[in-house]
Design a protein around this ligand. Structure first.
Ligand SMILES: Cc1cc2nc3c(=O)[nH]c(=O)nc-3n(C[C@H](O)[C@H](O)[C@H](O)COP(=O)(O)OP(=O)(O)OC[C@H]3O[C@@H](n4cnc5c(N)ncnc54)[C@H](O)[C@@H]3O)c2cc1C
Ligand code: SF4
Length: 496
């Protein structure tokens, strides 16, 4: 460490966000451009060389955090980039989007604010691109083996990049018209501007990965025929079968799934549409679901100019600190009251006259919707619930709702394309694609990774899955591998 007492002398400082009034008028990332670089070396120097870096274990990629903290504190950006890219194909994605379980596992976090690991990561990644430290790395020699990767989310992209660099000829098939999976049409621009994605895709093309968009395997191309044409197939199709809300009035117009709404807003940012056909402009919006997808809907509805936005969460409001009994350090606490950028916007702009300060209404369960004579939703009826989700008598309320967005999570892979049935893939009891310890499905030469097999997860896990499945495929094709496998198929986040 440059200064071994850095953690005693330097307080934690985060990447400042732009003013709320300014940022809700555009779709750009919420952070102040360029504001991180001047502070980041001192922040990296807060890493206290603790000896047993729990942060490293808490990161599914096994990112070498203390090593790159040290290099950044010494301003050796090239070496930091090499160490970072040794374990992470896409640190500019995780540096922006990861919930950073590494930081809740940081030893400093036991009694002080953690090191700003995620900010250090994104600084290294952005600096690496600016300085040209990440040129394409095409393989020196081709293996003569071919691999089809189905799905271009973070799992498919990481697998494809690893396998291409190992010398295999890789084609990625994507049913959408653009590449990136949920990073393209789910995650809003204000969380990650899509030029970061484009830049990586250009790098991958230059390395030799081939991409075929607008091609749904199972619908446009027979899955069994595809298997016969390639030496191996990786299924990385995600888990986008959404959960429904089965209450009276669900059939009314104006009630949509989050993943019907968010892609249209993303298409406006891509320049495909002038305005979204589901735009929240002028409407009273209610988001059903208290998770991150709901928060993405919140930030989007605010930018579209909603008249009001309320987010319903069936869980009671969590406390501001981790519950040391149930979720002790160094685990990632799931039940903590977190204020995302979108919640900050809702709070400052007072978008939710019917809810708490930052648009959230806790311990609230939807009873039914009622509509107008044209069959369009106009009201949402709700009831307060206790911590066992039992209705609290007398707590019924009615709030205006012209646009309702359902953000209730995902149950497993979307099976409408026919891919699973055409290949005869076995599913596990959760409805995700079953695989063995080598990421292999029951069909020889067919592997499964990412949300499609793990269930709904995070980008950091998706990249780790992509890297691990690539190692398994390489071993299957060549009898051995030097590719790293950061996780096994059954690994899960650290828990008590
Ligand atoms: C709205 C939203 C916001 C999120 N925000 C975050 C966040 O901020 N941070 C975070 O860490 N995680 C976030 N997540 C979760 C994260 O995006 C996923 O865990 C991750 O994208 C999973 O990666 P994947 O590659 O396995 O699947 P996906 O990203 O879902 O990609 C699968 C791809 O396969 C394609 N496909 C499916 N079937 C076929 C077929 N038959 N033929 C061809 N292509 C096919 C799909 O079109 C898609 O492009 C968010 C999720 C959602 C829904
Ligand atoms: S990928 Fe996530 S967990 Fe890993 S170092 Fe980056 S922010 Fe931390």
């Amino acid at each position: 460490m440059g200064d071994p007492k850095g953690f005693l002398t330097t307080p934690r400082e985060d990447w400042p966000r732009r003013r709320v009034e300014e940022r809700v008028r555009d779709w750009n990332e919420v952070y102040v451009p360029g504001a991180l670089l001047p502070i980041i070396s001192k922040q990296a120097n807060r890493c206290m060389d603790c000896g047993i870096p729990f942060c490293h274990n808490a990161c599914p990629l096994g990112n070498l955090i203390p090593e790159w903290n040290d290099l950044v504190s010494r301003e050796d950006w090239r070496a930091a980039s090499e160490r970072l890219h040794a374990t992470n194909n896409f640190p500019e994605f995780t540096g922006r989007l990861c919930p950073a379980p590494c930081e809740t596992g940081c030893v400093l976090a036991i009694n002080q604010p953690a090191v700003t690991i995620k900010n250090v990561e994104v600084s290294i990644a952005d600096r690496a691109w600016e300085e040209g430290f990440v040129p394409p790395r095409p393989p020196e020699r081709l293996s003569g083996k071919t691999v089809a990767v189905i799905g271009s989310g973070p799992t498919g992209l990481a697998a494809a990049q690893q396998l291409t660099r190992a010398g295999h000829t890789v084609a990625v098939y994507e049913k959408d018209d653009r590449l990136g999976g949920l990073m393209r049409y789910g995650i809003p621009e204000f969380k990650m501007e899509k030029h970061h994605l484009e830049r990586r895709l250009e790098q991958m093309r230059a390395e030799g990965t081939k991409f075929r968009t607008s091609t749904a395997i199972g619908r446009d191309v027979d899955a069994a025929g595809l298997r016969a044409r390639y030496d191996a197939v990786v299924i990385a199709t995600g888990a986008t079968a959404w959960r429904e809300l089965d209450v009276p009035g669900r059939e009314l117009a104006g009630i949509h799934q989050a993943m019907e709404y968010l892609p249209l807003a993303n298409r406006v940012c891509e320049g495909d549409l002038e305005t979204s056909p589901l735009s929240a402009a002028g409407k009273h919006v209610v988001i059903v679901g208290g998770g991150d997808t709901g928060a993405d809907c919140l930030g989007t509805a605010i930018r579209e100019g909603a008249a009001s936005v309320t987010q319903l969460d069936i869980y009671p409001q969590a406390g501001g600190e981790r519950d040391e009994e149930r979720e002790p350090w160094p685990t990632y606490p799931t039940r903590v009251y977190r204020v995302s950028a979108a919640h900050e916007e809702a709070r400052d702009l007072r978008t939710a006259p019917y809810a708490d300060a930052d648009a959230r209404m806790f311990a609230a369960s939807t009873l039914r919707f009622t509509g107008d004579a044209d069959g369009h939703v106009r009201e949402l009826h709700l009831v307060g619930v206790d911590d066992r989700r039992r209705p609290v008598p007398g707590s019924e309320r009615v709030i205006p709702a012209d646009l309702v967005l359902l953000a209730l999570g995902f149950s497993g892979p979307d099976r409408t394309d026919g891919l699973v049935d055409q290949l005869g893939l076995r599913l596990d009891p959760r409805g995700t694609i079953a695989r063995d310890r080598d990421f292999a499905t029951n069909v020889p030469g067919v592997f499964a990774a990412g949300d499609a097999a793990r269930g709904q997860s995070l980008i950091v896990w998706a990249i780790a899955e992509g890297r691990a499945v690539a190692a398994a495929v390489d071993r299957y094709l060549t009898g051995g591998t030097r590719l790293p496998a950061p996780i096994g198929p059954d690994d899960r986040p650290m828990a008590v």
